[in-house]
Ligand binder design. Structure first.
Ligand SMILES: NC(=O)NCCC(=O)O
Ligand SMILES: [Zn+2]
Length: 484
């Protein structure tokens, strides 16, 4: 049974044009005028865009003595409701655990996914087994490895471990990701603040100022450069991290930066809210920043020095957040955002003139599909691509509220925000998953998307590193100091 999406304006990262799209099974098979199919989806007055890809989510993540509350079913349903047709989660081995054992656990967890998904693999410790298993992980379609420079005593890896892992990534044609915050400084700041009686959620932000992030971002850039590997910095939240990325790129380094929709639209005043729950619900790392930092992130998206907008969706219930009453370091870090990423970015980006529609598509879908080496299967409107599509109605509006959200938690960090621009239809590999406010998703239809190693950027970088590698100068005896 075929479907035709009719009467809309196609918007890709490069082009805006009028055409219909014919979908057969799970693929786009034709793009053109006056197409017909068994079923017609009316896109009149809408923009038809590649489905969103969120490259940074934590579904059912074991973290800080608990698990994030949304699993693959509610998490991917939330994504689809907001126009996101694929998520990339983090497979997270316990320090010392086999990567392959952790992968088997994640494969189980993702069984009820409503949309396609992929994984990054986290490197939470370093030993010979991890070194060896990284190659098998790459063979199984995971070409990205995440490193936490924060969370000392839990997930954090040290510089020597990171350098070893980055070198291994270079050899395997994979790319390292980093959570860039100086974990040693954060841990000391946390203890100091607690000792001074600063135990509320606002102290979370004081313990992780922008300098702590900027230093770590610069350090990661240097280590990636030494290892000869591209680098992706997740949740870049401030000018200091952006500056590190911008400067590296100006020097020709292959460094990518990802701000979150939360950091673009919510600021640090949230932590000074007199309501403890309100402030604690917004505790995430890095924390929200002030307006100057937000302006820097928007400028990065506009100028191309930042490439991707993600969510780091890692949702905890009110009860879980209250683990930290009396000690902010015990508040589970993370917020939701999957359902709201695209409507919020459209409202605060496209509708304000900060982003063009084509830039919106680039930063929500196409850029990350290219960076993660799954373009044009994902992130494109082309014949042969997966029919992951969103029919975007620029006039549909709603007020965000937890009462009608797909996430299982009881609050929403964007509560009360009015968004204009929402999906009319969301298609995941040809299936209509969302029709206006009606959810038609089916748990379990999502598939794992494997991603090959050696994307073009890795090939180019390893070629350059080979040409510029240190080479011994063979000197004749007559050119050596006498008597040596
Ligand atoms: N970001 C956050 O606070 N929680 C999720 C884990 C991480 O990415 O740091
Ligand atoms: Zn992180």
């Amino acid at each position: 049974m075929s479907k035709v999406i009719k009467g809309g304006t196609i918007v890709t990262a490069d082009l805006t044009y009028e055409a219909d799209i014919l979908v057969e099974g799970d693929k786009i098979v034709e793009i053109g005028k006056n197409l017909s199919g068994d079923e017609v989806l009316d896109a009149t007055g809408c923009y038809v865009m590649p489905g969103g890809i969120d490259p940074h989510v934590h579904l059912e993540m074991p973290f800080m003595g608990t698990h994030s509350a949304d699993g693959f079913e509610s998490g991917t349903r939330a994504g689809l409701a907001g126009g996101t047709t694929m998520v990339v989660d983090f497979c997270l081995p316990n320090p010392g655990q086999s990567l392959l054992e952790a992968l088997a656990i994640w494969q189980q967890k993702s069984g009820l996914a409503c949309s396609d998904y992929s994984y990054h693999m986290a490197i939470t410790s370093w030993n010979e087994q991890v070194f060896n298993e990284m190659s098998e992980v790459v063979d199984r379609g995971i070409n990205t490895f995440k490193h936490f420079m924060a969370y000392k005593g839990a997930l954090m890896v040290d510089d020597d471990e990171m350098f070893a892992s980055f070198q291994r990534c270079a050899a395997l044609g994979a790319m390292p990701l980093v959570h860039a915050e100086n974990g040693d400084v954060v841990a000391t700041m946390q203890q100091k603040l607690l000792a001074e009686g600063n135990n509320g959620p606002e102290a979370h932000a004081y313990s992780r100022p922008p300098e702590v992030e900027g230093e770590a971002a610069n350090r990661a850039v240097m280590i990636a450069d030494m290892a000869g590997v591209p680098l992706y910095i997740v949740h870049a939240s401030c000018e200091q991290a952006h500056e590190a990325i911008r400067r590296a790129r100006q020097k020709g380094m292959r460094v990518f930066g990802e701000p979150l929709i939360q950091h673009l639209t919510l600021d640090d005043s949230e932590y000074r809210n007199p309501d403890w729950d309100h402030a604690a619900q917004r505790v995430m790392s890095p924390p929200f920043r002030n307006k100057q930092h937000q302006d820097s992130l928007w400028a990065g998206l506009q100028s191309g020095s930042l490439q991707v907008v993600a969510t780091d969706h890692c949702a905890f219930t009110i009860e879980q957040k209250r683990f930290g009453i009396g000690d902010f370091t015990k508040i589970p870090n993370g917020t939701g955002g999957l359902e709201d990423r695209m409507p919020m970015l459209w409202t605060y980006g496209v509708r304000t003139g900060r982003l063009t529609m084509n830039e919106f598509v680039a930063v929500t879908s196409t850029n990350i599909a290219k960076i993660l080496n799954m373009y044009p299967r994902k992130g494109a409107i082309l014949e042969g691509a997966d029919a992951d599509l969103v029919v975007w109605d620029p006039n549909r509006s709603k007020t965000i509220t937890s009462k009608s959200q797909q996430s299982v938690i009881e609050y929403n960090v964007f509560e009360g925000k009015e968004v204009v621009g929402l999906p009319r239809f969301t298609l995941t590999r040809g299936r209509v998953a969302i029709e206006e406010s009606t959810i038609k998703t089916e748990p379990g239809v999502g598939e794992f998307i494997g991603r090959d190693a050696y994307p073009a950027v890795n090939k180019a970088l390893s070629q350059w590193k080979e040409i510029t590698a240190p080479r011994k100068v063979e000197r004749k005896a007559e050119n050596m100091p006498a008597g040596v």
